[in-house]
Design a protein around this ligand. Structure first.
Ligand code: FAD
Length: 520
């Protein structure tokens, strides 16, 4: 078997074709699922970023954990094959790719787990690592009137994909990221072992996998905390002209006591112009709302800020009670009083709000164009400098899509996970979600992202990349900082041959001594 898989990749047999290779692997693996040729044009050779491409040897659609374990063990028996779990391929920089390796299409396992549990009186759902959050939402609400507590803004992402990063949205200030809202995982390690892990069982593997960039294991099942699903949401946008007031209010809202909280707090920066995508028209929540620029206090700068908040309520809540609750929550805020926009939408509509953006962008042909996105966590101590140099100058005309900025609380994150954060209790997520047509401008935008990161380094800002992308070991070491040694130890324990997630470009596949590993 070892020899055959080796030949598959490096064979010099002139008659060997990719089809032969795939059918050979298929026979050797004896999968319950299926296997297909890789190829650069296939879906596994691309991702949402559209900046990188790869040619995997084969794409495997496993039937479940046992198939995944077989694939990993087979790769281990070779000296060179890597394995990438592919969630929904919504990475930006090829993180879910495996050039010349085996890609596991996790979506084929999405139906494997969906079970409600009650533990100590609280509801949880066991879901597949390859399930889309969108489907988790719909099924949890329609079957049980329950919903996960912590989300991402967009839900066509897999459970395993977001848990391998963090999973952040406007609920994270309250409940922490998605990685703080799972209590048990089933994974396949880089040694091909199917293992259940939690805070108390194989805890190093559990915390390693959360935010672990797919480096230690492939998540096949996750146990997610649930709460009663609300019926409706009051969704509000409040405009600010001054950054200091915007951040003061945003920080005030995310540090309030339980019981006096919005259910969601986010924010964004927009250009002080009439540009339909980057400027004033991007703020109103309803086509009937008008953004009247004469209400902007003068003098105002090149960019303005918008705090976005939401409050859950149920059909049985009286209208006046919702008004009172909202008024109490916003009365102390210093937003521009005449630039307030609000709508009532169903909870499902709110949680799925980016789906509409997707449909619109698909119709305009920019959904499938490259997305040179940049996500950064910037500490409170550095955010004013970031605003001054990046938003007010470099990005004053916008990025062709949302420029998100909102505060998060470090105490809601578990520092035993593999996620790295800047210092301090309050830090901001900054997301530059560029939507650009295909063309040479893409390189310029990638260069601008590099320039922003360089500037953060040169100015000594306290920041960490979210969904990080580095190509050199030195950069990765700097990224992980004091947590680098723990990350390396976890790699040695759970994926010692560096089989998994090669697209992250953190570790190089190790050449193994086949005799030593013949028992695998
Ligand atoms: P993929 O891109 O397929 O994989 C990402 C990485 O995880 C790869 O290294 C892959 O090998 C690994 N991986 C995938 N599945 C598994 C698994 N089961 N086990 C172990 N490793 C695995 N993020 C946020 O936090 N908040 C947001 O609001 C948000 N919004 C987004 C909106 C859009 C439109 C897009 C494109 C991305 C957004 N993201 C957001 C980023 C997103 O969370 C990450 O890109 C995530 O990795 C995408 O999930 P995926 O299933 O497509 O993963």
């Amino acid at each position: 078997m070892i020899a055959c898989l080796g030949r598959t990749v490096h064979g010099t047999d002139a008659n060997s074709t990719p089809d032969d290779d795939v059918s050979t692997i298929s026979q050797l693996l004896d999968l319950q699922g299926s296997i297909e040729n890789g190829g650069i044009t296939g879906v596994a050779g691309k991702d949402f970023g559209g900046l990188y491409s790869a040619k995997p040897l084969a794409v495997i659609k496993p039937s479940g954990s046992e198939d995944i374990a077989r694939v990993v063990k087979a790769a281990l028996r070779t000296s060179h094959l890597t394995v990438a779990a592919r969630g929904n391929g919504h990475s930006i920089n090829g993180q879910a790719m495996a050039d010349g390796g085996l890609v596991i299409d996790m979506r084929s396992t999405e139906e494997n787990h969906f079970k409600l549990l009650t533990i100590d009186g609280s509801p949880y759902i066991d879901v597949s690592g390859g399930a889309l959050w969108e489907d988790v939402l719909k099924r949890c609400i329609s079957r049980f009137s329950l919903a996960p507590r912590s989300w991402t803004d967009y839900l066509s992402l897999t459970v395993g994909g977001t848990l391998s990063n963090a999973g952040v949205s406007g609920q994270a200030f309250r409940y922490g990221p998605q990685t703080s809202n799972v209590t048990e995982l089933e994974v396949v390690t880089g040694k091909g072992e199917v293992t259940v892990c939690s805070e108390t069982q194989n805890s190093e593997l559990f915390f390693g996998a959360l935010g672990g960039l797919g480096q230690f294991s492939i998540i096949t099942r996750a146990r997610v905390k649930l709460q009663p699903a609300p019926d409706m949401v009051r969704w509000i946008r409040l405009v600010y002209s001054e950054f200091e007031e915007f951040t003061r209010d945003a920080e005030f809202l995310v540090t309030q006591e339980e019981g006096e909280l919005f259910d969601y707090v986010e924010g964004f920066v927009f250009s002080n112009s009439d540009d339909p995508i980057n400027g004033w028209p991007s703020v109103p929540l309803d086509p009937d709302h008008e953004f009247n620029p004469t209400h902007i206090p003068q003098p105002a700068g090149s960019v303005l800020y918008c705090l976005e908040v939401a409050l859950h309520y149920s059909h049985s809540d009286h209208h006046s009670n919702i008004e009172t609750a909202v008024s109490r929550l916003i009365e102390r805020l210093g937003f521009v009083r005449r630039l307030k926009f609000e709508v009532n939408v169903s909870y499902m509509e709110f949680i799925l709000r980016v789906k509409q953006v997707e449909e619109h962008a698909k119709a305009n042909g920019i959904w499938d164009s490259p997305h040179p996105w940049l996500n950064i966590f910037v500490s409170k101590s550095s955010i004013v400098d970031f605003d001054r140099t990046v938003f007010k100058k470099m990005l004053k005309d916008g990025v062709g899509g949302p420029m998100l900025i909102y505060p998060l609380l470090r105490s809601k994150w578990d520092d035993r996970t593999s996620v790295v954060l800047p210092e301090g209790e309050i830090f901001y997520i900054v997301a530059l979600l560029r939507f650009v047509p295909k063309g040479p401008s893409v390189e310029k935008l990638v260069a601008q992202n590099h320039e922003i990161v360089k500037l953060c380094n040169n100015e000594g800002l306290d920041f960490k990349l979210y969904l990080p992308h580095y190509q050199s070991k030195e950069d990765w070491k700097r990224h992980f900082g004091y947590q680098w040694s723990r990350f390396v130890e976890r790699k040695l324990s759970f994926d010692p041959m560096a089989i998994l997630a090669p697209g992250q470009q953190i570790f190089k596949r190790t050449h193994i001594n086949l005799n030593q590993h013949s028992q695998l």
